[in-house]
Design a protein around this ligand. Structure first.
Ligand SMILES: *Cc1c(COP(=O)(O)O)cnc(C)c1O
Length: 444
């Protein structure tokens, strides 16, 4: 690996504070509540008097685009070339990530399945990825009869630890899927160096990272293939949808084909590939294309609010803040911090209840288990209760023995703070106050 040293927590905190903060935020930080500030859960005053109301996420722009779309004779994505709405969506996607091949599809899960298939990943091939992610990250791997291998995570980045990825490489390893969890870019230089050294394909799961940047470069542009979701909870949406993109000659030309039953619509020939139907229709593309005009504002606002919260929490003993590299743009699909259990006289559940009583919107935990702990993995029961590659002796993977200790610790010590573009800096500063108050009160 090229000698890029990862930065210490002190360095990244300093980086953020210098870049992001105005005077108001600095002043607010100094008001450390005394140990005796009564918690709202015990009848004291709330730290967060009110929460901003959610704003509509779509309106006139989407309506205009849909009206235009309804003038068309066809609602199908292919009209001798990409349909007008699909073409517009692809064009607008390229304004963020100028990839040579960009294809629309029905979901983020579909985008990743298309990527895996286009990469030629098959029977018994191993794909290293994160165990703390949406299950859609691994569905395509398993459907291609390949084997997800879960690597451990950074304690505060919640992203793949490159050293552990390298430890899990075997002669069967074919790819890495880097998940930019919560919109925080993975250490792509390190992962790319590992991929290059071992001749692996690097796929980026950007489903939670619309608008993010890695060292100033658009998310999805470092790896070989980028996958995005347009599901309702993501930064931009058309209800359900996805985008898959690549600039690599080996994979790009196949994205369309593997999303459309194996049909190569550019040069129609006999079926020489097999795939399922993951197409996105023109009505969805119209909404998604209109949504992309809102992305920059959404991404920059979430970036600002998340960084502000991160700076506020940096000096609170017993907390592990969200570790974001100062040269990256994290788009905070959510903000996530951890509590060090030994630093507090209460458990996470009590900590969360106290925060909710203060008026701060927080959620204890994320997914229930690291993916390999889910029953379907523990039983290797992916296909009608069976797993062909294991029965055929093409893998000796045993998920009941799989371990990612840091990932397991993350999921029992994490607290998420929802970040939305409609929120205000004032609200975020109050949430930070609530966290400081509760942490101070329960400090061991
Ligand atoms: C949402 C999500 C997916 C799956 O996207 P869908 O559109 O819901 O299929 C995959 N990976 C991550 C990290 C996600 O957040």
């Amino acid at each position: 690996m090229a000698g890029k040293k990862s930065i210490s927590r002190r360095e990244f905190v300093v980086g953020i504070s210098g870049a992001m903060l105005g005077g108001a935020a600095m002043a607010a930080k100094k008001k450390t509540p005394s140990r005796k500030s009564p918690l709202a859960i015990d009848g004291g005053q709330k730290a967060v008097p009110s929460r901003p109301a959610a704003q509509p996420r779509w309106g006139q722009r989407e309506l205009n685009q849909l009206s235009e779309m309804l003038q068309q004779r066809s609602l199908f994505y292919w009209q001798g070339g990409y349909g007008p709405q699909t073409k517009l969506l692809i064009e607008r996607y390229r304004q963020f990530n100028p990839a040579k091949w960009v294809h629309t599809c029905s979901s983020g899960t579909a985008a990743i399945h298309i990527a895996v298939a286009a990469a030629g990943i098959g029977l018994g091939d191993e794909v290293i990825t994160s165990p703390v992610t949406d299950i859609g990250t691994v569905i395509g791997i398993i459907y291609q009869q390949a084997v997800p291998v879960f690597a451990d995570l950074g304690e505060g980045t919640y992203n793949l630890d490159p050293a552990d990825v390298e430890r899990r490489i075997t002669p069967r390893t074919k790819a890495i899927i880097a998940v930019h969890l919560a919109g925080n870019p993975c250490d792509m230089d390190a992962l790319k160096a590992i991929a290059d050294k071992h001749n692996l394909i690097l796929i980026e799961d950007c489903c939670q990272a619309w608008g993010a940047k890695y060292r100033g470069r658009p998310i999805g542009s470092v790896g070989h293939i980028a996958c995005h979701s347009l599901q309702n909870s993501k930064h931009v949406t058309c209800g359900d949808g996805g985008v898959v993109a690549s600039s690599d000659e080996r994979f790009g030309p196949y994205l369309q084909q593997f999303g459309d039953k194996g049909n190569n619509r550019m040069t129609p020939v006999s079926f020489d590939a097999f795939a399922t139907n993951y197409r996105m229709s023109e009505p969805q593309a119209a909404v998604a294309a209109a949504q992309l005009t809102r992305l920059e504002q959404i991404a920059s606002k979430r970036n600002r609010l998340g960084n502000l919260l991160n700076e506020q929490l940096a000096d609170i003993p017993g907390l592990i803040p969200h570790q974001v590299h100062p040269d990256d743009r994290c788009v905070y699909w959510f903000y996530m911090f951890r509590i060090r259990p030994e630093a507090f006289r209460c458990n996470r559940s009590r900590f969360v209840k106290a925060l909710l009583a203060e008026g701060a919107w927080v959620v204890g935990g994320y997914i229930k288990y690291p993916l390999y702990k889910e029953p379907v993995f523990q039983k290797h029961g992916f296909f009608a209760g069976r797993w062909p590659v294991k029965e055929m002796g093409l893998t000796d993977m045993d998920y009941s023995k799989h371990q990612c200790p840091e990932a397991e610790k993350i999921l029992v010590t994490n607290i998420r703070v929802p970040i939305y573009e409609y929120m205000t800096e004032e609200y975020i500063l109050n949430v930070a106050k609530a966290i400081r108050k509760v942490a101070t009160y329960y400090a061991a």
